[in-house]
Design a protein around this ligand. Structure first.
Ligand code: SF4
Length: 701
């Protein structure tokens, strides 16, 4: 009898549109990943460092979580423990009820998919609106995501057009750009009206209590800036000890996920808005989710928590490429999902997923943090066999194999026989020549040519030694429903992991090599333009003024939002030229800001190697000025350009914890973008469509 996975795989294989979408999507993302790492000075060393960060974090998980709790509370974040999905629902619904919220805007969160939060919100009378374009499409289609970073990867353009015509506008056009504009208009209304913003978390930085979001569209920024209440939901595995380490992980995450050096937005949120800040939420909550995670601390699958959810293993996996994410029947599909799903849902529910792999190792090769997925898949298969959770045919086959394995002569003979048979039948198996079930199995498969020398022969020539025995998965323990209770529980579980094998890739010591940047301003220009920004180098203040007024004149009939503390008197110049100017002192005037054509800001730093602007929030520096207007212009002082992303660590740390402290630090790399409709790159899906920088001569202000 076919397993449920095989039944779903059969349906996927019979869908040519799906197969085409998967081939194109995973292929293109795989190519972009390889290309993106070419720009790193030492890609393997970078990945080994990233892996080391994840490993060390779990070596002392209790301490890092304790630091995170203390830092979050210091920053004014209310932390809630959620041992399971029901507890997370209750916490979130309580907050919604207390605030009288009936509309919640959401940015992409796999944890919220994992706990089916939308259904719980709807039952309680709170309308959830997904705002990531791909997730919104799926919400309209009443489907679940099929990929970790490209949730609507399985949908073709024709299917999206048809959906928009049925659910959004009967006259919806058929090109991705116009469809994206429709989505922007519809979702902007929801952003402005929502009482609650719900987001996931990519990294939670322990030393500062900062919740980080990695996004391209700008919806993550809007969800966490416009509603008066922000609720973040994350599994405890998202903790990262320091800002510096988060930046190292950031250097590998977008490269692996979307082939970008950096996503358009990296948003670092540290508590509610501070006194003097014009915008941002009044309340921030963090829901710390366990939901089956802690029982795997110290067990053979703990390494799966190192995953930073980039989706690269999905793109690299031949099984995923062929059958797609929905075949896995879980929010976490593909190789890492084949481990995470049984961990969270139990072997009985998802144990068969571990068998859905050829163990080719492409997943580990693609993984930015080198998670040893094949090793865990094998362990998972072992656990499943130990539970006898396999079919009778499989059991009989394994019994026969075990019988032969216990008899060296019989095993050697059967290998030789099978090897010979395989070489004779191999070409025919490719064509599905065999009759009946064997033929059906052979169709669509290509058998590798059997080796002439067996593994055992070759193994004899190598050193002996067996892998370290791994401890069994400890049983689930009951948890206290307070953050401290949860922390105690996690500590006890993590202690079981002492001495856990961590693989074989050594981490480089000392500073990582960086690409040399002799002229940071020139490199900044090149990178800024490469991500779609418009760059202008002003030789004098007069030139800067002329360029500013020229840009603003493109939105003559609309207000211009101007932040405070700029190196030039931009607001005065604009007023003199007849523009309506919205200044930061006017507070969170979201309605007028929404109508603004241009937002003018400064920037604390700019990063040459990625073309990134860094904007900490603060008095006179609203978040919305670089977010709501149709275009964003940043005035950049040459002396504020730093060569590398790694140079930002201490600076950002200082901006968060020093002085009044910034509740939000935004790293902006180009205009808002999305490729969620048929992988077509569209600008301005939620944030500014255009981004400009005027580089000011040294010594200005
Ligand atoms: S296991 Fe590795 S490759 Fe797969 S999603 Fe996680 S981080 Fe990415």
């Amino acid at each position: 009898m076919k397993s449920p996975f095989n039944r779903r795989a059969g349906l996927a294989l019979a869908d040519p549109q799906l197969r085409q979408a998967l081939r194109t999507g995973t292929g293109r993302m795989g190519e972009m990943r390889l290309k993106a790492f070419e720009s790193a000075a030492a890609p393997l060393a970078l990945r080994a460092r990233a892996r080391e960060i994840r490993r060390r974090t779990f070596d002392d998980l209790g301490r890092h979580l304790e630091t995170l709790l203390a830092s979050l509370r210091r920053a004014g974040v209310e932390v809630h423990a959620a041992p399971d999905a029901g507890a997370a629902h209750r916490v979130i619904l309580d907050i919604a009820r207390r605030r009288g919220a009936t509309l919640a805007v959401k940015s992409k969160s796999m944890a919220s998919e994992e706990i089916h939060l939308n259904a719980a919100l709807e039952r309680a009378g709170v309308r959830p609106v997904e705002t990531d374009l791909g997730e919104w499409i799926l919400q309209l289609a009443e489907e679940t995501p099929s990929h970790l970073v490209a949730p609507a990867l399985h949908k073709t353009l024709e299917q999206v057009v048809d959906l928009f015509r049925r659910k959004v506008d009967p006259g919806a056009p058929s090109d991705p750009e116009a469809l994206t504009a429709l989505a922007r208009k519809a979702l902007r209304r929801e952003f402005l009206a929502a009482g609650i913003g719900i987001s996931g978390v990519n990294f939670a930085i322990a030393e500062t209590g900062t919740l980080c979001l990695v996004t391209n569209e700008g919806n993550g920024r809007l969800v966490t800036a416009l509603p008066k209440v922000h609720i973040a939901l994350m599994g405890f595995e998202k903790v990262v000890p320091t800002v510096e380490e988060a930046l190292t992980l950031l250097a590998v995450l977008p490269r692996s996920a979307t082939g970008q050096k950096l996503t358009t937005y990296f948003t670092m949120l540290t508590g509610p808005r501070r006194p003097g800040e014009a915008d941002g939420p009044d309340e921030v909550h963090l829901v710390l989710l366990d939901n089956g995670r802690s029982r795997h601390l110290g067990g053979p699958f703990q390494e799966a928590f190192h995953c930073i959810r980039c989706g690269a293993c999905q793109n690299a996996c031949p099984v995923f490429q062929t059958v797609g994410g929905h075949t896995y029947d879980s929010v976490y599909g593909g190789p890492i999902g084949s481990i995470l799903s049984p961990m969270f849902r139990g072997l009985e529910a998802s144990g068969e997923l571990a068998a859905a792999s050829s163990l080719c190792g492409a997943c580990q090769e693609a993984c930015p943090v080198l998670v040893d997925i094949p090793r865990m898949l094998i362990e998972m298969r072992g656990a499943r066999v130990a539970q006898r959770n396999i079919s009778r045919t499989e059991r009989l086959l394994f019994r026969a194999a075990a019988w032969a394995m216990r008899r060296p002569a019989a095993w050697a003979l059967s290998f030789r026989g099978l090897s010979l048979l395989g070489r004779v039948l191999g070409p025919r198996l490719k064509a599905g020549w065999l009759p009946g079930a064997a033929g059906a199995w052979a169709r669509g498969r290509e058998l590798p040519f059997p080796a002439r020398r067996s593994f055992r022969d070759r193994w004899r020539e190598r050193q002996r030694g067996a892998g370290k025995a791994l401890s069994a998965v400890p049983p689930a323990a009951s948890q206290e429903r307070t953050p401290e209770g949860m922390l105690d529980h996690i500590r006890r579980q993590a202690a079981l992991g002492e001495g856990l094998a961590h693989g074989h890739v050594p981490s480089p010591s000392g500073a990582l090599p960086e690409v040399e940047i002799p002229d940071p301003a020139e490199r900044f220009r090149r990178e800024f333009e490469a991500v779609g920004g418009g760059f202008f180098r002003a030789a004098s203040i007069e030139e800067a003024k002329a360029r500013l007024l020229e840009l603003a004149s493109r939105w003559k009939d609309r207000p211009v939002a101007v932040s405070g503390g700029l190196p030039l008197p931009a607001a005065g110049w604009l007023r003199e030229a007849g523009h309506e100017v919205l200044e930061s002192a006017e507070g969170d005037d979201r309605g007028r800001l929404d109508a603004a054509g241009l937002g003018v800001t400064g920037c604390a730093w700019a990063v040459a190697e990625t073309g990134t602007l860094v904007l900490p929030s603060g008095a006179g520096r609203p978040r919305l000025h670089s977010l709501l207007p149709e275009a964003h212009l940043a005035l950049v002082r040459e002396e504020d350009i730093v060569p590398h992303l790694s140079a930002l660590g201490p600076r950002i740390q200082g901006a968060i914890v020093g002085g009044a402290g910034a509740s939000c630090v935004s790293l902006i790399t180009g205009p808002s973008r999305s490729a969620d409709i048929a992988l077509t790159l569209i600008r301005g899906v939620h944030g500014p469509r255009e981004v400009y920088a005027i580089l000011l001569p040294r010594g200005v202000a």
